[in-house]
Design a binder for this molecule. Sequence first.
Ligand code: FAD
Length: 362
Amino acid sequence: NPNVAVKVDIVVIGAGQAGLSSAYHLKKLGIAPQTGFLVLDHAAQAGGAWQYRWPTLTLSTVNRIHDLPGMRFSDAVDTSAGQVQASVAVPEYFAAYEKAFALPIYRPVNVKVVCDRGERLRIETDRVNFAARGLINATGTWETPYIPDYPGAARFKGRQLHTRDYRTAAEFAGQRVVIVGGGISALQLLDEISHVATTIWVTRRPPEFREGPFNDEAGHAAVALVEERVRRGEPPTSVVSVTGLPVTPAIIAMRERGVLKRLPMFAEITEQGVRWADGSEQQADVILWCTGFRSALDHLAPLQLREAPGGGIKMTGRLATQVAKDPRIHLVGYGPSASTIGANRAGAAAARELAPFLGLLR
Ligand code: FAD
């Protein structure tokens, strides 16, 4: 019966790194699984967005995947076999983790919309509906790829795709591929594709390479910048976009191969390719948009959490996980916590703030 809603204190939406960390900490605080809290995820299996990542993204080519609280990656997954696909290993780790801590995760359950019903939040799904006193939203960014608008995009006769559609470079063998974007994913795909195709790399700003190892200080400064933005109610920028691009052996090899010749953004897309403001043109078979993701928050639209004029959500709380407008709601893996380590910390902060706020701690 769709009019009936199951009562629960806290619903966590999403079982990626951020949702699992939240669930772990809620359980550790003594909140009862099922009646006190539960987790909903619309994926068929454990792994968060990692299960969808391209096959060549391996444990040695990711930045770094931090262990979830309470269980080491290496205790759950045998990584000795060399090139281990992140899309295989992380789901294995998350599945072992969910089991070890007996986390109450329901899948596949798709949360369609969340509405404010006064005392409780109504969470409507494709299965049953829930009436919750608090919400921890951990839905990540993978489901909302971002492609900027350029004139002529609909005219292009070739193929356009986003990072999230990428599977293998072999698909582009012998073609001319325009790769748009200056982030880590753009560079990884540029590297792979440039071995089999002609690549044209365009970015909005000249990319900033960071020599030497990435230190904690630079990381903290980068996260602090994003945190200040969301505390002011501005839309977050990605944490990685403020940390710069690490110069890895792969980058050095690309430099030597002459692949890192970057062009500024084109002004429009034509039937056959792209055209710059000065009239110069490049023919292309493919435009690959490595232009990032936005937070997947459409299901929260009826709550009207966004601020005018920028459209960001004003955040508060110790690690800026709490929505200023509605303190029953925490967003984890959002803004400053959009990394595996950030998601860990945000899950802890959200659980520790929300449980006492709802009077759940004895
Ligand atoms: P996700 O892992 O995306 O989990 C969100 C979950 O929510 C999913 O399981 C999804 O099924 C579920 N969901 C979404 N909407 C709904 C809904 N409406 N109803 C029900 N369920 C829903 N970070 C690092 O720290 N190190 C790295 O090396 C690294 N590499 C990356 C590589 C790529 C290509 C990308 C795109 C990101 C990378 N990041 C990395 C960022 C990192 O992936 C994230 O910060 C972190 O893993 C995200 O965890 P999350 O829990 O926020 O989201």
